[in-house]
Design a protein. Structure first.
Lengths: 434, 142
């Protein structure tokens, strides 16, 4: 059963209206997905559409995977796992944490915060990195240790040689790392501060360039659509390029509202990102997207979306910026909330060998929920080719209950997809059945 | 019988009620001025001020409305204009509530409807306050 929660803001009143039953699940119109999505008219009633996840336990249930694949939970009782990194020896690092804490400025902030929290885990963020090891290759990660703790909402992870980089919500830091190590040998060294005022979108995504010279840091906007003021958006909604040695940094691409995960396309220098677009413009607009990121490119936020589609909520407007906005490569659909991206490897097998996996945490600002699954976007000749295919689904059951919310994904080159689930606090591993 | 003896018994508004009526007008006035400031400056803090002013105006106006509705028990004593007073208060609150939701939209999405509603709500609140405070001298009798 679906429980759409309408919300209204006035004085100190909360409207919680449970509406009818609707067993139908989350079907997206294929026209809204892909390289040339149809963009419906903007619409926003007096009350935004809202359907908040109603959490439940997994019990004996498991997420669904395609025929020929198996899924297993390799770690449970984590503390808000968001991103993972497969190390060269096969160990898996998991970043656990929950940042944010932006001040509540309006009655809406109070009420929306209360309502949205219902769809999230109530566990406190771990502020740590957990290391998992499968010593004998049987797919059971029997060793688990805390690699580092007392971090500040760690999220993005990257390894360059013997340096492990961690993007906390306020700074990029690094640890020395030697293969096989299960615990950091010392406190992290700061590479550079990251923009952290307000931190409406606190996650700092991270990946390393192919040659290891640079790190790319994704920095989300400080609002949905500038409602915290334009000044709050300085150094936000962009990807930074950071010199791994010196910490010197510059904006690499801008206008990316919330670039929650980054990846370098194997065999190239091309940076890809998944980006969460703005809310409260309608159920099917604007699309969250997957895109290659051009150096110096401007991708629209806040002035426009998907190229030149102007957002009327932004003042002052900037027609010149709008004219320069690049349309992204591939629509994942509005509100699916991508929080993970990883390129596949041939060892994943069959139709899932060439393309990217995208973890979609799932919608709130939509009557019929979308996302709540990991999709595979097939590639051909280095470009997205064809509609997304469900790879891990069933996070939101036919009973309308939500048992997990998939976020960060990473690919083990030996043939496994690692999926962090920040609702059930589980790390899932999907492998071809052998 | 002399008609003057049939006049409804009139009393001034209870001081608490009078205070809340005045506060409601002031808060909705603050909302309108904040909306105007936002419209002219694009500084979002003004629209935040407007949101809180409207919220507080709904709170004080809500109490006034409850007092007025309680007074409906004696509507026969108060006469038809008392009903008008109640209806105007009700309209003020309902439109104020819609205005609050309008102001829950992000940034410039509030405009121009929010500004227009703020003006209408202020006018209604002034009218209600005028009726409550001056010529009718009616309302909640404690």
């Amino acid at each position: 059963m679906k429980r759409p929660v309408s919300w209204a803001v006035a004085g100190f009143a909360v409207l919680l209206a449970a509406c009818g039953n609707d067993a139908s699940l989350s079907q997206q119109d294929p026209a809204n997905v892909g390289p040339k999505p149809v963009l419906p008219e903007q619409q926003r009633g007096l009350i935004p559409n809202m359907t908040i996840a109603s959490p439940a336990q997994w019990g004996d249930q498991r997420p669904a995977v395609p025929r020929g694949y198996v899924i297993a939970a390799i770690a449970t009782d984590l503390r808000i796992p968001r991103q993972s990194l497969v190390l060269p020896n096969g160990d898996i690092l998991v970043a656990e944490g929950k940042g944010g804490g932006a001040p509540k400025l309006t009655p809406k902030d109070l009420i929306a915060g209360f309502i949205l929290a219902k769809g999230n885990s109530s566990v406190k963020g771990g502020d740590r990195l957990t290391l998992l090891r499968d010593g004998n290759g049987d797919g059971i990660y029997e060793n688990r240790s805390v690699f580092a703790e007392n971090l500040n909402a760690p999220y993005g992870l990257a390894l360059i040689g013997n340096q492990l980089y961690v993007a906390n919500q306020d700074a990029l830091v690094r640890f020395d790392y030697i293969e096989g190590q299960t615990r950091a040998t010392g406190a992290p060294v700061k590479v550079t501060d990251l923009p952290s005022q307000i931190n409406h979108h606190w996650t700092k995504s991270l990946t390393a360039s192919a040659d290891g010279r640079f790190l790319y840091v994704g920095i989300g906007s400080n609002s949905n659509i500038t409602e915290r003021g334009m000044i709050a958006e300085v150094d936000r909604a962009m990807v930074w390029q950071v010199d791994a040695q010196t910490g010197a940094h510059k904006p690499y691409a801008t206008g990316l509202r919330n670039p929650t995960a980054l990846a370098i396309q194997p065999g190239t220098d091309v940076l890809w990102a998944v980006v969460n677009e703005r809310d409260e413009l309608g159920p099917d607009v604007p699309p969250d997207y997957l895109t290659s990121v051009r150096e110096g490119g401007f991708y629209g936020w806040p002035f426009s979306y998907w190229g030149q589609n102007v957002d009327p909520r932004v003042r002052p407007q900037d027609p010149q910026k709008v004219a320069s906005a690049i349309a992204p490569d591939y629509s994942l659909g509005a509100h699916v909330a991508p929080l993970g991206v990883a390129f596949s490897v041939s060892a994943m097998g069959g139709e899932f060998a060439d393309g990217v996996f995208v973890g979609e945490r799932g919608s709130w600002n939509r009557d019929k929920p979308v996302g709540y699954k990991v999709v595979f976007v097939p590639f051909r000749d280095g470009r997205p080719a064809g509609p997304p295919v469900d790879f891990v689904s069933g996070f939101r059951g036919t009973d309308g209950k939500t048992r997990g919310r998939p976020v960060g994904v990473s690919v083990d080159p030996r043939g496994a997809l690692i999926v962090a689930d920040d609702l059930s606090n589980t790390l899932w591993r999907v492998t071809p059945a052998r | 019988m002399d008609a003057t003896f049939d006049r409804p018994r009139q009393r001034p508004l209870h001081p608490v009620n009078a205070f809340l009526v005045s506060a409601t007008v002031t808060l909705f006035l603050g909302a309108l001025l904040s909306d105007l400031a936002y419209a002219m400056s694009y500084q979002v803090q003004w629209t935040n001020f407007a949101s809180w002013s409207i919220a507080a105006g709904l709170l004080s106006g809500g109490v006034v409305l409850v007092f007025a509705l309680v007074g409906l028990r004696h509507a026969d004593r108060h006469g038809g204009r008392y009903l008008s007073y109640c209806l105007i208060l009700l309209a003020t609150w309902v439109l104020g509530f819609i205005n609050a939701m309008m102001h829950a939209k992000d940034a410039w999405a509030v405009m121009p409807e929010g500004l227009i509603l703020s003006a209408i709500v202020l006018l209604l609140a002034c009218l209600a306050a005028w009726m409550g405070l001056s010529n009718f001298r009616i309302g909640y009798v404690p």
